[in-house]
Design a protein around this ligand. Structure first.
Ligand code: UP5
Ligand code: MG
Length: 212
């Protein structure tokens, strides 16, 4: 994709930081197409006949990063699907509908990239991002949110053992990606320990320069 063709915002942050919650609000107000790497991987895992299903399930339960070829392909396919249909009509898994009538050219890429190789590869082969929203929240709050959600989410990784592994991966593998983009001046830090609405107000201010 040409950077003139699409705007990409990466939405990063620890497990349970509120990436999905905030992206849903941005979709409603700005007509972004929301692509959650985790949702796309879970959909691929559940797809009958997927050659990657068992592998994805194991990686997600262990809180490890699925090999980037799989994830980048899923993201690229979803971006293409959204580009070829109008926002609001995309039926692709992981692509949440945008405001009707606005072409699908603004993407929120949620929970990706979370390892350096993915970051470099996506920037080179798909499209560099305009901005990186980084949702910052203490581990204790994240754990509490995820254990609460785990009562009903049905996610293979919303249990105490997997949450611990997800957090370790976030610190050791994903934080270097945030620092890499910070050096490029792209990162907007958002305190996501506040209420959902307060966080959203800060996010709206943070993205103002790229959605004007
Ligand atoms: N909640 C949200 N905001 C709140 C607030 N301000 N105050 C109080 N409560 C708040 O929110 C989590 C919970 O907290 C919800 O119950 C919500 O109501 C509440 P959510 O918006 O879902 O947070 P999010 O950051 O999206 O949490 P998620 O669990 O989705 O984050 P992860 O990063 O762990 O999960 P993801 O789906 O991105 O990835 C899962 C796994 O997939 C990874 O561990 C990895 O194994 C794999 N993966 C890859 O291998 N490669 C990738 O590129 C991406 C994922
Ligand atoms: Mg999420």
């Amino acid at each position: 994709f040409e950077p003139t063709e699409v705007t990409v915002i990466f939405v990063l942050g620890g497990p349970g930081a509120g990436k999905g919650t905030q992206c849903a609000k941005l979709v409603q107000d700005y007509g972004f197409v929301h692509l959650s790497a985790g949702d796309l991987l879970r959909a691929e895992q559940a797809r009958a006949g997927s050659q990657f299903g068992a592998m994805i399930k194991e990686y997600i339960t262990e809180g490890k990063i699925v090999p980037m070829e799989v994830t980048i392909k899923l993201l690229e396919n979803a971006m293409r699907a959204a580009m070829s249909s109008e926002a609001g009509e995309s039926k692709e898994a992981g692509a949440t509908s945008g405001v009707k009538g606005i072409p699908a050219r603004r993407f929120l890429v949620d929970g990706f990239p979370r390892q350096m190789d993915q970051a470099v590869k996506f920037d080179e082969t798909v499209c560099p991002s305009s901005l990186v929203l980084f949702l910052v929240c203490p581990e204790a709050i994240l754990q509490e949110r995820l254990l609460e959600r785990g009562k009903t989410s049905g996610r293979d990784d919303d249990n105490a053992a997997s949450i611990k592994k997800r957090f370790d991966t976030f610190i050791h593998t994903s934080m270097p990606v945030v620092e890499y983009y910070r050096k490029q001046g792209k990162v907007v830090d958002i305190d996501s320990s506040k209420t959902i609405d307060e966080v959203y107000e800060d996010i709206k201010r943070g993205i103002a320069p790229v959605v004007a």
